[in-house]
Design a binder for this molecule. Structure first.
Ligand code: PRP
Ligand code: URA
Length: 239
């Protein structure tokens, strides 16, 4: 009887411990994995992209080229399976991509710049589009389009958007994709602000972030500084 009471007391203390531990604001939270692709080619092209005198056609070409290089790193862990083939000289077992084809999801508009490069690397990938624009006053995302493959839940997903500023757009897009059942999600951008990385870590710590650089921070209009300006306008020449 005594030992039963003692066990109950220990169990209740343990419950208290776990509960208070879960509420402890100092308790380390899971963090998103952030991969900064600091390859010299990426950094060189990014510098050209940032320059204010870079014209639209050049800007577009550079975004596509950086997407190819980011995509190379993002797809590093894709599964391979042995496939018997014949070279002109003999039979061998080669290795080829296995499993369901990837889905690349572009956050419109500017995501389409990165999408183009990703599709050069992954020509059979499926494609989803999420149309979002930032409300200039609140910086909240306003959704105007959503179309993804119906079997997205079974596919690895790469979400592309050049800018992770407040991360309101990325967090919204990833929540929508999770709502459709997507689970294996990665996020790729050109520039990230520390504020956006923090917000992504809080909202989607399971989603790794691949970026070419992490900049100083956001200005009062939610622009990344030093940044590259408005990615959509520079890609499409709309300003
Ligand atoms: C830009 C950019 C991102 C978003 C990032 O899109 O392409 O989608 O802002 O900002 P956030 O991290 O603070 O949400 P914008 O709303 O300017 O639309 P656009 O791509 O159509 O130009
Ligand atoms: N969107 C952009 O296009 N640029 C920024 O710096 C921030 C959000």
């Amino acid at each position: 009887m005594g030992s039963l009471l003692a066990r109950r007391r220990v169990a209740s203390r343990l419950r208290l411990f776990y509960r208070s531990d879960a509420l402890d604001p100092k308790r380390p939270r899971p963090m998103s994995r952030v991969v900064v692709i600091d390859h010299p080619l990426v950094q060189h092209k990014l510098a050209l992209l940032r320059m204010k005198q870079t014209p639209t056609a050049e800007f577009r070409r550079l975004v596509r080229e950086i997407a190819l290089l980011l995509g190379y790193e993002i797809t590093r862990d894709l599964p391979l399976a042995p496939v018997p083939i014949e070279t002109p000289l003999e039979a061998m077992e080669a290795r080829m991509l296995a499993g369901k084809k990837l889905c690349v999801v572009s956050i419109l508009r500017a995501g389409n710049g990165l999408l183009e490069g990703m599709l050069e690397l992954l020509p059979s990938a499926r494609v989803g589009h999420i149309g979002l624009r930032r409300d200039p006053a609140t910086l909240a995302p306003v959704e105007y389009y959503f179309k993804v493959p119906p079997d997205i839940a079974e596919r690895p997903v790469i979400v592309v958007d050049p800018m992770l500023a407040t991360a309101n757009s990325a967090v919204w897009a990833i929540s929508r994709l999770k709502g459709e059942g997507a689970r294996a999600i990665k996020f790729a951008c050109l520039l990230a602000a520390p504020e956006g990385l923090k917000r992504m870590s809080e909202a989607h710590p399971d989603v790794p972030i691949y970026t070419a650089a992490v900049d100083r921070g956001l200005d009062e209009h939610g622009y990344i500084r030093p940044g590259l300006g408005d990615a959509g306008d520079r890609l499409f020449g709309t300003r």
